[in-house]
Design a protein around this ligand. Structure first.
Ligand code: NDP
Length: 269
C-alpha cells in the first residue's frame, strides 16, 4: 500500500491544494510525460496534445519506429520536446528501461504517465485461445500496473503526478468476441480507482478514459453499420480522446481522481 494503508480521511489538509501543484501543466520543466503506444492513433494524438501543454514527451512504441519518429518530428515542429522510445510494455523490464531513458534524457522524473498501449485479439469465448487471453491481459492490464508502480515512486516523492489509463467502453457495455479485451479494460478501471485512492493525499491523480469507437487502425476493419448503435452516429477522432487526457493531466484537473471519463458519442449512456 503506497500511502500507508487504506485510510481515506484527510483531516485538516482536506481543502488544501498540494504545494507542488505548480510542477504540473505548462511548466513541464520539473517533470516529463510518458505516453505508451504513441506511434500512431490515439497515443500519437495524446503525445501531441500533452506536448502542446508544455510536457517533454516520451513517445513509446513497440515496432513502428517510423511512426514514432514522425510523432516526435511533429512535436518538435510545433516547438515541443519529444523522444521516441522502443519497448514492449508487456515485458517486465520495460518500466525501468523507459523511465531510466526519460530520466537520463530530460534530467527530470516522469510526472505524467498515460497507459495507452493496447492490442486486441478477438474471438468468441469458446474459441478464445490461451495466447490471445494472456497477450491481451499482459499488454493492456499488467503493463499498466507495472508502469504505474514504477511511476508512483517519483510521483510520491514529488507529491505531484498524473496517471491516465486508456480503458474502453467495452469495460462498461458488453461486446461479444472481446472477453479478453473487456476483462483487461475493466481491470484497468478497478486498478485506476484503487490506486487513485491509495495516493490521493499525495497530490497525485489517477483516472481512466473509456473511448468508444474511435477512428484508428484498431477499428479499421469494423463494420461501419455498427455506427448506427452510436447515439452521435459517427466514430470519434483520436484528437477528441486526447483533449480529455490533456485535461486530466492538467493542473485544472487537480481534484478529479478515480474517475472514468467516457468518450464515446453516448454509447455507454
Ligand atoms: P492502434 O492499434 O492504432 O495503436 C496502438 C499503439 O499501441 C501503437 O502505437 C502500438 O505500437 C502500440 N503498442 C501495441 N502493443 C504494444 C506493446 N506491447 N508495447 C508498446 N506499444 C505497443 O490503437 P488505438 O490508437 O486505436 O488504441 C489506443 C488505445 O486505445 C488502446 O489501449 C486501445 O485499446 C484503446 N481504445 C481504442 C479504441 C478505438 O476505437 N480505437 C476504443 C477504446 C479503447 P507499434 O505500432 O509500434 O506496435
Amino acid at each position: 500500500m503506497p500511502d500507508g494503508g487504506t485510510e481515506r480521511s484527510e483531516g485538516a489538509e482536506r481543502t488544501e491544494r498540494p504545494e507542488s501543484s505548480e510542477r504540473l501543466g505548462r511548466s513541464g520543466r520539473e517533470g516529463c510525460a510518458l505516453v505508451t503506444g504513441a506511434s500512431r492513433g490515439i497515443g500519437a494524438a495524446i503525445a501531441s496534445a500533452l506536448a502542446r501543454d508544455g510536457w517533454p514527451i516520451g513517445v513509446n512504441y513497440r515496432s513502428d519506429r517510423e511512426g514514432a519518429q514522425s510523432v516526435v518530428a511533429e512535436i518538435e515542429r510545433e516547438g515541443g520536446a519529444a523522444i521516441a522510445l522502443e519497448a514492449d510494455v508487456a515485458q517486465a523490464g520495460a518500466p525501468d528501461q523507459l523511465f531510466g531513458a526519460l530520466e537520463d534524457h530530460y534530467g527530470v522524473s516522469v510526472l505524467a504517465l498515460v497507459n495507452n498501449a493496447g492490442i486486441s485479439a478477438d474471438d468468441l469465448t469458446p474459441s478464445l485461445g490461451d495466447e490471445a487471453w494472456s497477450s491481451v491481459l499482459d499488454t493492456n492490464l499488467t503493463a499498466a500496473f507495472r508502469l504505474t508502480r514504477r511511476a508512483l515512486k517519483a510521483m510520491m516523492r514529488a507529491r505531484s503526478g498524473r496517471i491516465v489509463n486508456i480503458s474502453s467502453v467495452v469495460a462498461l457495455r458488453a461486446n461479444p468476441g472481446q472477453a479478453n479485451y473487456a476483462a483487461a479494460k475493466a481491470g484497468l478501471i478497478a486498478l485506476t480507482k484503487t490506486t487513485a485512492v491509495e495516493v490521493a493525499r499525495r497530490g497525485i491523480t489517477i483516472n481512466a478514459v473509456a473511448p468508444g469507437w474511435i477512428d484508428t487502425s484498431m477499428t479499421a476493419g469494423v463494420d461501419q453499420e455498427l455506427l448506427a448503435a452510436v447515439p452521435a452516429r459517427r466514430a470519434g477522432t483520436p484528437q477528441e480522446v486526447a483533449a480529455c487526457v490533456r485535461f486530466l493531466t492538467s493542473e485544472e484537473a487537480s481534484y478529479v481522481t478515480g474517475a472514468v471519463l467516457t468518450v464515446d458519442g453516448g454509447l455507454a449512456a
